[in-house]
Design a protein around this ligand. Structure first.
Ligand code: G6P
Length: 369
C-alpha cells in the first residue's frame, strides 16, 4: 500500500498532488492546438442537435453535484442554454419536466452511484438523451448513457474526492466551449482565449501546491474549532460548498457554506468574537460586494482567511490572512481556489489524528438509494 501512495502519507494527499497531471490528461486529445478549439469526437451530437437543445438538467450527488453547480454557470455563460441542477436523490421525486430537446447530464466519479443511475434511467424513460461525465469507463452509468465523456483522473481511492472534482470541472469547461462553438454563441477569438487560459491551469495548480506548508499552518490553527463558515458569491459560493463538504467529511468540524449576500438573513447571528471564516473572492464583478460582507463579519469579531486573486489588493487589506490564487479567466477560478480548501481539510484531519482516507460513516461509492 505504501508503494501505491507514491511516498505520500495518504491517498488523499497523493491525489491532491496528482491534479496537474489529471487535468492535463482530461484535456489531452480534446483541444485542437492549431485552432485553439475544443473537439469532442466521443460525443455523437450533430451541430443541429446541439443548436436544438432547449434545456439541460445536471444531476449528481456529493462532490459531483458541486462540480455540476459550476457546470451550470459555465454552460449558461458560454453556450446560452438554460441549465437546472439537481441532487440525484431529489430529482426523480419532483416530477421534472422533460421535452424532446432536453439533455440530461449526469456526473459521477464511480459511475455506480445508485441515485444518479436511477436519475439517468428516469431521464431516458422520459425521452431525454443522457450524457454522462464519469471517471470509470465501463461503469453502469457509462454503459447506460447515450453519450459519455470520461474524466481521465485515474483511480481515486480516498473517500474524499479531489482530483475527480477538478477533472469534472475541466469536462464542463470543454463541454461549455464545445457547445458555444457549435452554436456560435461566442466569438471565435473569445473561445480561443479561454482555451488558452484553460491550458495554463495545470501549471497554476502546481504553483498553489507549492504553498502547501503555509496552508498546513493555517489548518493547524483551526483544528480546535467547533464550527467554521465559508462565504462566497456566484462560482465562489459553489466552491465554498465543496470546501465545506471536504472539511466536514474528514475533520468532523461542523461547517457551513453560505452565499455571502444571504448572511444577514440568518447566519450572521452565529458570528461571534473569534469565529473562523474562509471567504472566497475570485470574481472581479463581485469583489466589492465581498469586501462589504467581510467587513460585516469582521465587525462581529470574525477572523477571516481570504482566498483571492493575486491582484485583489482591496480584499487583501480587508482580511486577517490571505491565500493567493494566480490570475485566470473568472470562469476557471474554481479549479484553482478549491486547491487550498482541499489542503485545509486534509491537514486539519491529519492534525486531529483522523483516518483521512477512510472517514467514519462514509463510503467511496454509495450503491444503495
Ligand atoms: C460518495 C463519496 C463522494 C462522492 C459521492 C458521489 O458520497 O464519498 O466523494 O462525491 O459519493 O459519488 P460519484 O461516484 O457518483 O461521483
Amino acid at each position: 500500500e505504501q508503494a501505491e501512495k507514491d511516498g505520500f502519507d495518504h491517498y488523499m494527499l497523493k491525489e491532491i498532488h496528482e491534479q496537474p497531471r489529471s487535468l492535463r490528461h482530461t484535456m489531452a486529445g480534446r483541444i485542437d492546438e492549431a485552432k485553439q478549439m475544443v473537439k469532442l469526437p466521443e460525443l455523437d451530437l450533430s451541430p443541429e442537435t446541439v443548436k436544438g437543445i432547449e434545456k439541460i438538467y445536471i444531476v449528481a450527488c456529493g462532490t459531483a453535484y458541486h462540480a455540476g453547480m459550476i457546470g451550470k454557470h459555465v454552460i449558461e455563460n458560454l453556450a446560452k442554454i438554460p441549465v437546472e441542477i439537481d441532487v440525484a436523490s431529489e430529482f426523480r421525486y419532483r416530477n421534472p419536466l422533460f421535452g424532446q430537446k432536453t439533455l440530461t447530464v449526469v456526473v459521477s466519479q464511480s459511475g455506480e452511484t445508485a441515485d444518479t443511475l436511477a436519475a439517468l434511467r428516469e431521464a431516458k424513460r422520459n425521452g431525454s438523451s443522457v450524457l454522462a461525465i464519469t471517471n470509470v469507463v465501463g461503469s453502469s452509468i457509462a454503459r447506460e448513457a447515450d453519450h459519455v465523456m470520461t474524466t481521465k483522473a485515474g483511480p481515486e481511492i480516498a473517500v474524499a474526492s479531489t482530483k475527480a472534482y477538478t477533472s469534472q470541472l475541466i469536462a464542463f469547461y470543454l463541454l461549455g466551449i464545445y457547445f458555444a462553438q457549435e452554436k456560435k454563441s461566442m466569438e471565435a477569438s473569445d473561445c480561443a482565449a479561454l482555451v488558452q487560459e484553460l491550458q495554463k491551469l495545470p501549471d497554476q495548480v502546481e504553483k498553489i501546491l507549492g504553498h502547501a506548508e503555509e496552508i498546513r499552518q493555517f489548518a493547524i490553527s483551526i483544528k480546535e474549532e467547533r464550527q467554521m463558515f465559508f462565504l462566497g458569491r456566484g462560482l465562489d459560493y459553489a466552491v465554498s460548498l465543496e470546501g465545506s463538504l471536504k472539511l466536514k467529511e474528514i475533520s468532523y468540524i461542523h461547517s457551513e457554506a453560505y452565499p455571502a449576500g444571504e448572511l444577514k438573513h440568518g447566519t450572521l447571528a452565529l458570528i461571534e468574537e473569534g469565529t473562523r471564516v474562509i471567504a472566497l473572492s475570485t470574481q472581479p464583478h463581485l469583489h466589492e460586494k465581498m469586501v462589504s460582507n467581510i467587513t460585516e463579519v469582521k465587525a462581529r469579531g470574525a477572523v477571516v482567511l481570504g482566498v483571492a486573486l493575486e491582484d485583489n489588493v482591496e480584499l487583501h487589506r480587508s482580511v486577517d490572512e490571505v491565500c493567493l490564487i494566480p490570475a485566470t479567466h473568472p470562469l476557471l477560478a474554481p479549479v484553482l481556489c478549491v486547491i487550498p480548501l482541499q489542503l485545509i481539510a486534509y491537514y486539519t484531519s491529519v492534525s486531529l489524528g483522523n483516518d483521512v482516507d477512510r472517514p467514519r460513516n462514509l463510503a467511496k461509492s454509495v450503491t444503495v438509494e
